[in-house]
Design a protein around this ligand. Structure first.
Ligand code: GDP
Ligand code: IMO
Ligand code: MG
Length: 425
């Protein structure tokens, strides 16, 4: 079962996957890297995951970092150490695919240098080196997790990329080159700690499927940040849509029973690029304040706006969504009226190929349907019929506009704050 972000990321994937992993045997991350920040609250304890799948807080669940994930060894080990300090067992439950491309300090420098070079039109990346690491993968020169298992292989692979990137950094970007000796020494030091967790996840996942177990595939980022289908070039450097689960984990189509999209009850975006329903006004500020909309990875303020059903319908098609998990409904409590964007109007073009051109998309005017809000608090509600009538109508309207049912409703940050409208596991 695949769970992907249906918007621009930060929809609450971590929260939903943590809740549902109670009944799963494995949770797999299949793309992205530590640009992701997935926040989970259990009994007031906050955990922010970047690379480790959101099944890690369930002691019996196997967690897999699939080969489609770009891995920064330093950040992964820091994340493991943080979890262990919190009393979470990690090492014997985590499998890291040997085929994952590594994110090296060189990639981070390149990411920053490229953003600087774009001047007043940056992408607004997380600065984690994600794009340059995936470029190396596509160029067939990536240093991979498998290289960590053998010192000679590691040195040879590093020599090739280091030469190339340091030349680029110094001579094209006029940037300080990376000290290769210390990068190599650091990787060799980390290799021995990571090595015991490196194994091919393909047979493990196949075994779970054959024995009738459930695997949750946890997306990172969101559909509109997909490298091919998102608001290019203001996207991330991996495919965030459901099909990436197959290649990024190493499973076949028959291993996927269903795909669900996670969406907030409104919309947010971090970084730059078009965002038709963005609210640059007190309503937007109020959503940001009540939704605590600051990035889990970079701490940047998230841009906020009304729910965009055009985006949701696009997500349904791109991912083959069978349903939606709607989060942060409680953030809308106390708002007098609510709006949902049902279509776009462009000043010049009748049917703009909207998703292909960021300028066209940013020129679109959202057409809204207005709904009445509710005054009663919904935080922590665990029964759909106990929700205020207007809140129930809001959910039903989302279903009608998206064309798929809402299967899961989240009414607060805590693990227990949710309503499962349909048994999906
Ligand atoms: P992810 O990247 O998709 O996992 O989402 P993030 O963790 O980056 O951002 C979602 C934020 O919303 C986190 O801080 C969650 O704790 C919080 N959250 C998730 N679901 C709910 C909800 O239903 N209500 C409220 N108030 N907060 C929620
Ligand atoms: P989760 O998994 C929201 C955005 C960045 C930037 C663009 C490219 O927590 O939902 P990158 O560093 O990936 O090259 O940046 O993608 N971005 C995210 N936005 N949530 C994320 O992850 C994101 N990961 C990347 O802000 O606009
Ligand atoms: Mg996030």
């Amino acid at each position: 079962m695949v769970f992907v972000g249906a918007q621009w990321g930060d929809e609450g994937k971590g929260k939903v996957v943590d809740v549902l992993s109670e009944r799963a045997q494995a949770v797999v991350r299949f793309q992205g890297g530590h640009n992701a920040g997935h926040t989970i609250y259990v009994d007031g304890v906050k955990t922010v995951l970047h690379l480790i799948p959101s099944g890690i807080l369930r002691p019996d669940v196997l967690c897999v970092i699939g080969g489609g994930v770009a891995v920064s060894p330093t950040d992964l080990l820091n994340e493991i150490a943080d979890l262990e300090r919190q009393g979470v067992r990690v090492r014997d439950r985590l499998t890291i695919a040997p085929t994952c491309p590594l994110i090296l300090p060189l990639h981070r420098e390149l990411d920053l240098a490229r953003e600087r070079r774009r001047g007043n039109d940056p992408i607004g990346t997380t600065g984690r080196g994600i794009g340059p690491a995936y470029e190396d993968k596509v160029a067939r020169r990536a240093v991979r997790v498998a290289h960590l298992l053998d010192r000679t292989c590691l040195r040879e692979a590093l020599a090739e990329v280091s030469d190339y990137h340091n030349f680029l950094l110094e001579n094209y970007y006029r940037w300080t080159p990376v000290d290769i000796g210390s990068m190599e020494a650091e990787l060799e030091r980390l290799a021995s700690t990571l090595s015991p967790m490196v194994r091919d996840p393909v047979p493990e996942l196949a075994r779970i499927r054959t024995s009738g177990g459930s695997i949750l595939f946890e997306g990172a980022q969101g559909t509109m940040l997909d490298l091919d289908h998102g608001t290019y070039p203001y996207v991330t450097s991996s495919n965030t849509t459901a099909s990436a689960a197959l290649s990024g984990a190493g499973v076949g189509m028959r291993d996927i029973d269903a795909v669900y999209g996670i969406t907030k009850a409104y919309t947010t975006r971090v970084g730059w690029g078009p965002f038709p329903t963005e609210l640059d006004d007190p309503v937007g500020e109020s959503l940001a304040r009540r939704g605590r909309e600051a990035g889990a990875t970079t701490g940047r303020a998230r841009r906020c706006g009304w729910l965009d059903a055009v985006v949701l319908r696009h997500s349904v098609k791109l991912n083959g969504l069978g349903g939606l998990c709607l989060t942060k409904l409680d953030v809308l409590d106390g708002m007098e009226e609510l709006k949902i964007c049902v279509s776009y109007r462009h000043p010049r073009m009748r049917d703009p190929t909207i998703w292909l051109d960021p300028t066209l998309l940013s020129e679109c005017e959202p057409i809204y349907e207005t709904l009445s809000g509710w005054t009663e608090p919904t935080t922590g509600t665990r029964d759909f019929l106990a929700l205020p009538e207007s809140a129930q109508s809001y959910v039903r309207k989302v279903e009608e506009l998206a064309g798929v049912p809402v299967v899961f409703l989240s009414t607060g940050m805590e693990r227990k704050d949710c309503i499962q409208l349909k048994e999906i596991l």
